[in-house]
Each structure stands twice: as C-alpha cells, then as structure tokens.
Design a protein around this ligand. Structure first.
Ligand SMILES: *Cc1c(COP(=O)(O)O)cnc(C)c1O
Length: 452
C-alpha cells in the first residue's frame, strides 16, 4: 500500500466566544474605560460624540509591524500614509517612531513638511501632482513616484529648467490574481508599460530612477497577492540591472494590509479571519530574498501601511438620542453620530459596545445615525442590550479613514482626543463651530438684507 502523504497541521487562533445562531459573537460586557480613562469622563469633558485615539496602541502596532519585517529582512523603512489619518498629532507619533511620510497631494505634502519631516523622507504618490508641487518636491529632494506618462513628461519638462536630478520611482500596477484589478494607478506591468516608462526615464538622463512602487489594493485578504506583486517588481528591478548595470535602490510595496475589522457580509469576525502582518511580511520578504539579488544589492523595502497600524487605536464615543419601534416591530436605536463622521460604516460592521452596565435583556436592533437621510445607518442589525436614551456607546476600530473622510453635513465634526501613554487626555482637534465654517463664506451685497 502506498504511504499516505503527511500534511503538516496548521494551528490558528479562533476566538469563538459565545455564538448566536448566525455564528456571530455578541458583545456582552460594558466597555467603560479607554486606556484607563472613563468613557463618561471623556464625554462629560469633550462632549458627545467624540473620537478617541490611543497613542500607546499606535506605537505598539507600529513597533510590531516593523518587527515583523525587520526580523525577516535587513533593510526596511515604513512611511506613514497621511490620507489614512493625517491629524498632526497622529502623524507625529509615527514620525517619532521613525516612520517617513507618504503623501498623495500637495496639501498632504505641506502637512508633512509642517510636521518636520525632512523633504528627502517624503514619498510623493498620487495622480494629482501640480507643477508647483513637483518643483517644491524636486527642490526638497523628495521621492517622486510617477503615476502616468503625462506626469513623466511634465517632470522632464520641469527638469529642463532646473539644475537638479530628481529621485523618482514609478508606480506599477499588475495582475496579482485579485479582481477587479487596480490598474488605474501607475504603469501596467503585463502590457509592457512599466518597462517602457523605465526606459524613457533612463533615456532622458535627467531623472534618477531609484525605486519601484506598487500599492495593489486595500483591505487585502490575500498574502499571495503580495508575493506576486513583489516578484513582478523584482523582475523589473532585475531586468533594469541587466540592461543598465545599476541596482534599483528600493522596492515599495505600498499598503493595503487589512485591520481586524469585520467587512459587511463576512461570516466570521475580522479578528479571526484576516492574515497577520507576519504573514504578509513573510510573503513579501521571502520573495525578495529568494529572487537572486546579490546580498549587497538587496533593495531597501518600503512599506506604506495605513489602516492596519491605526484602525484599532481609534474609538468613537457617542450617546443614544432615542429608541423607537419601526413599523415592522423591530427595535431602532438612534445615536448622535452617523455616516457623516463614521464613513467606514458603509463597508464595516463596526463592533459597538455599551459603555455602562445593562440588564441581561438583548434584542436585535437597527442603529441609526442622527442625519435626516435614509442611508444614515450605523448597523443594519446588531444584537445588543436594550439601550436607553442617554446611554453611551463605544465604537471600536475607527482610527483609519474616518478622521480624514468625514464630512461636515447637517452637524459639525466633533473633537478628537488622544490619550497618551501616561493616561492623560489631549484634545488634538477642536470641535468645529459655526463661526469656523462660516469664516469661508461670503454674502453678496444685494443679499445682505432680508425682510420677512
Ligand atoms: C492609501 C494608500 C496607502 C495606505 O493604504 P492602507 O490600505 O490604508 O494600508 C499606501 N500607499 C498608497 C499609495 C495609498 O494610496
């Protein structure tokens, strides 16, 4: 008889908890404190709703992610993705930890400079770089990641008039086995566009090609996709070396690692299903190490991880405005925050926990925001204790994209508080006021007077 093939077993942590019949855990303990500070104290001091960021959690996430890569690969650099959360205090925590800045607009570029990031540690990505911004980036010796041929030609035109040789990289998009493909940014690998861009840059001799960049998507659940992307960048770097006799200095694999949030429609909670940063690091670094570079020519590996480093460091605290019964008998709870400030509730089933003791009765309910708009739903259905008017709740893992994509609609955007490592509170952004908003408005002379 043929011997059976041995398959090594894999052990994965599964936090099952108490399941309901849909297989989802329920959250039945009150979340009364954040980093040692009472939720009710934060709300009484700064109002409701209010965003809270844990400095300790950011540092922990950052250090763990860097460790995942540095223990596997000798040359690693992280660059903080500004658009994920560009509150200056947040960016400064990352910069104190050693992270460079990754920006995708002139506005973000200026923010990074304002935060004290040296120009040569700013990576300038994105399809919208204005001429004056490109000139500034060149003068500051920043790393300019070219997105398309029109930008490349503009860059070459600008350089004609300057006595500089800017450091550039190209953004490369490719088929990584994940569909729909993100092919709108950068130059395509498969159809030869990326190689064409490399040759154009080398032929001009005005630009110094130092890197290759890709950012293959966001909330990526496949580590294999990163292995594919890495090997395609390595392939370009290898051919570059063969043709031009020079080494590419860095490969930038972008961001896109998932946080432990639960995507809408997912059967199991995100915490149990998303791959860890270690697994992504393994896929990326082993691909580069095994590719065949000479040891001294191994490229620097740059990561622009956003979401995975900040999501679980952010909380949104809010209050119940009212409860009611819908016409079909379902319970509805109306909260004082909605999709205006919790933009990610469009694609996540955010974990929401009461912030005080409650009775043991629970019910499936809809959580609505306060907007006069039908789409303002925070959770379509969630099993929670019976919340009452005035009760407080904590929304978890909201650190990524909410404080940048929030909109001022119907109500003002609230305060953001940071709790430092000594459990002290700092207001890092004040709540908006009517005066602040109207300071940008002008009323034409003939509309000054109204008579009703
Ligand atoms: C948005 C973005 C990132 C960060 O993406 P995450 O999914 O938050 O990790 C990194 N690089 C580029 C170019 C981006 O546009």
């Amino acid at each position: 008889m043929e011997k059976l093939k041995y398959e090594r077993p894999v052990i994965k942590k599964l936090n099952a908890g108490i399941m309901n019949k849909f297989g989802m855990r329920t959250e039945f303990t009150p979340h009364t404190h954040i980093e040692g500070v009472a939720v009710k104290d934060i709300i009484s001091k700064f109002g409701s709703p209010v965003f809270v960021i844990s400095e300790r959690q950011i540092r922990k996430n950052y250090q763990q992610a860097v460790r995942s890569f540095r223990t596997r690969y000798p040359k690693v650099q992280f660059a903080w993705s500004y658009k994920t959360n560009y509150m200056n205090a947040v960016c400064k925590v990352f910069h104190q930890e050693g992270s460079w800045a990754e920006v995708v607009s002139g506005f973000e570029y200026h923010k990074a400079l304002g935060n004290g990031v040296p120009g040569n540690k700013i990576i300038f990505n994105g399809p919208d770089k204005r001429e004056e911004e490109i000139i500034l980036a060149i003068n500051n010796d920043s790393l300019i990641h070219v997105d398309h041929f029109d930008e490349l030609f503009l860059l070459m035109e600008i350089v004609e008039k300057m006595d500089k040789r800017p450091r550039v990289a190209i953004r490369v998009n490719m088929d990584t086995g994940i569909y729909p493909m993100w092919d709108r940014f950068g130059f395509n690998y498969e159809n030869g566009q990326a190689w064409n861009a490399i040759n154009k840059i080398m032929a001009s001799e005005k630009l110094e090609l130092v890197g290759l960049h890709s950012h293959i998507g966001t909330f990526m659940l496949s580590t294999a996709a990163y292995a594919v992307a890495t090997s395609k960048l390595c392939d370009l770097a290898f051919n570059f070396n063969k043709k031009f006799g020079k080494a590419i200095q860095y490969l930038d694999l972008g961001g896109g690692f998932p946080s432990s949030n639960t995507l809408k429609g997912a059967y199991l909670p995100g915490a149990d299903t998303v791959p860890s940063i270690d697994e992504f690091a393994e896929a990326i670094t082993s691909t580069v190490l095994n590719y065949g570079f000479k040891q001294q020519e191994l490229p620097l590996l740059i990561l622009e991880t956003g979401r995975a480093l900040i999501d679980d460091a952010g909380f949104l605290l809010g209050s119940v405005l009212a409860t009611k019964r819908l016409s079909d008998g379902r319970r509805a709870t109306i909260l004082d925050f909605g999709v205006n400030i919790l933009f990610t509730s469009f694609w996540y089933d955010h974990k929401i926990t009461p912030a005080q003791e409650f009775s043991h009765h629970t019910e499936d309910m809809v959580l609505f925001g306060p907007l006069c708009m039908n789409i303002d739903v925070v959770r379509e259905t969630v099993n929670l204790p019976l919340l009452q008017k005035g009760d407080q709740v904590v929304v978890h893992k909201v650190g990524a994209y909410n404080m940048t994509q929030w909109m001022q609609f119907i109500s003002m955007r609230p305060s953001i508080i940071m709790i430092d490592e000594n459990e002290s509170m700092h207001q890092i952004r004040k709540p908006e006021t009517l005066a602040y908003l109207e300071s940008l408005e002008n009323i034409p002379e003939h509309l000054q007077q109204i008579k009703l």
